[in-house]
Design a binder for this molecule. Structure first.
Ligand code: BES
Ligand code: MN
Ligand code: MN
Length: 453
């Protein structure tokens, strides 16, 4: 059985790659309203592709970007839901790309395009696995439902609303499969059993009613950009330590087996340093780099702006300044408590010389799953088949906000089997995806879907 699937995949992989390129040509940037038509067109392409494979395929409107829901009936009982997202991050800074972000280019077995690894290449591997099963066997062991959202990258809530609706609840599967993350390295696949949570928000500091001459008024009128940097530097140190009183109170540490597991993964800080081309990494005597990435919270500025950005200098006190911030959460912390604590602290320390506006833009709680379950074993076996290597268990620093809703509403096993690499440049210029991983991922998924649940 496995042979016919793998043979089909080998014989058709050239076409699979061409189809993935078609999918990558949509600039489905969910964060940008000006791209809504293209995001919708992408959803429509995905729906049609699944319909052509014989799935009962719909676009669901829950406000925000459309959700693709596509069902294939199986011969036996049981069902699997496969989650993914067809939206992508903005492509900027555009001048840092060596090829065009929405014109996929294949080079030495690697496909370059925005969304190649995050997440179009990864969810499309499952689509092609399902195709292999349908075409070679004509039937599936259990129901398979694709649930593909279009606003994962912008913290949208449409899918959360859908999963909580009657139709969403009724989808409750026996297992949920997600490929939207990383392997341990190119040879070693991984099952991710924990995601950090996140909150994102914007800080808007307003001072005078209009930009002022910094000579004429400097000394009397507070500078919003200066105040903003002080507000933020009271929240976080240069080493990334969060300075907000009580912030770490709820943080749960890693279990002993996890610390041993992290140790056994032999993470190499120097490889990471070179990969990101940073002069040095943050050193923390109390926490290893893996702990800092996976089990500790963070406070990051994602963007900061205000005042004159043009050529040469312009001596002003800008009327306002902004920052976009994300805070990563770990088990023990909740979205509401962290938001209230951070917002409360910022309001407390803000001087009366400016006004402060805080806008919450989304988030989701952290999740950790049990590793010792039958579903995890099935997934491990499938990954071993596809990649010819036993998978390891990892956590990740990234977040997929809707995942906590899945496990709360459905209470089913969740299997995160990332097919990417942390060096794929997700969210960065020159994002790419290994076509070897793509094909191996299809084989792993086909094995899993053919086993059923
Ligand atoms: N696929 C990522 C999350 C991820 C990253 C999982 C690395 C595993 C390893 C996802 O698309 C993502 O980027 N999520 C955002 C969520 C945010 C916009 C609310 C994130 O983590 O920043
Ligand atoms: Mn993703
Ligand atoms: Mn992403």
């Amino acid at each position: 059985m496995k042979d016919t699937l793998d043979v089909y995949i080998e014989n058709n992989k050239g076409r699979f790659i061409e189809e993935l390129k078609d999918l990558l040509r949509f600039a489905s940037v969910s964060a940008q309203r000006s791209r809504d038509a293209e995001t919708a067109a992408c959803a429509q392409w995905v729906r049609q592709h699944l319909a052509d494979l014989g799935l009962d395929s719909d676009l669901v409107d829950q406000g925000g970007q459309p959700i693709v829901v596509a069902r294939a009936k199986g011969r036996g009982p049981g069902s699997i839901v496969i989650y993914g997202h067809y939206d992508v991050q903005p492509e900027d800074p555009i001048d840092q790309w060596r090829t065009k972000p929405f014109e996929p280019v294949e080079q030495d077995g690697v496909l370059y395009a925005r969304g190649a690894t995050d997440d179009k290449g990864q969810f499309f591997a499952h689509v092609k696995a399902l195709e292999a099963l349908i075409k070679t066997q004509g039937e599936l062991p259990c129901d398979v439902v694709f649930l593909l959202e279009g606003e994962e990258e912008s913290g949208g809530e449409a899918l959360v609303r859908y999963v909580r609706s009657d139709a969403g609840r009724a989808l409750k599967p026996d297992a949920l499969i997600i490929s939207d993350g990383d392997m341990n390295n190119e040879q070693v696949p991984a099952i991710t059993y924990g995601l950090r949570g996140i909150i994102t928000f914007e800080i808007h500091v307003k001072g005078p009613g209009f930009d002022l001459h910094s000579g004429g008024y400097g000394g009397a009128v507070a500078n919003p950009a200066v105040v903003l940097t002080h507000l933020i530097s009271q929240c976080v140190s240069q080493q990334g330590e969060i300075l907000i009183p009580g912030f770490y109170d709820d943080v749960q540490g890693a279990a002993q087996w996890e610390l041993e597991n992290m140790e056994a993964l032999r993470f190499d800080d120097e490889v990471l340093r070179r990969e990101v081309q940073a002069p040095a990494l943050i050193r923390d005597p109390e926490h290893s780099t893996l702990e800092r990435l996976w089990v500790r919270p963070t406070f990051e500025i994602n963007g900061i702006y205000g005042g004159y950005q043009g050529q040469h200098s312009k001596t002003i006190i800008p009327r306002e300044a902004f920052a976009k911030v994300s805070v990563r959460l770990v088990p023990g912390q909740t979205v509401d408590r962290v938001r209230d604590r951070v917002f409360g602290f910022l309001r407390d320390i803000c001087p009366e010389t400016v006004t402060l506006e805080l806008t919450f833009t989304g988030g989701g709680p952290p999740v950790v799953f049990e590793v010792d379950t039958p579903a995890m074993k099935l997934a491990a076996e499938a990954l071993k088949h596809g990649f010819d290597h036993e998978p390891v268990f990892i956590r990740t620093g990234g977040s997929i906000p809707v995942v906590s809703t899945f496990s709360e509403v459905w209470g089913c096993p969740v299997i995160l089997m990332g097919l990417g690499l942390d060096s794929d440049g997700a969210h960065s210029p020159n994002e790419h995806f290994s076509l070897t991983s793509f094909v191996k991922g299809i084989k792993a998924s086909a094995r899993l879907l053919s086993t059923g649940i």
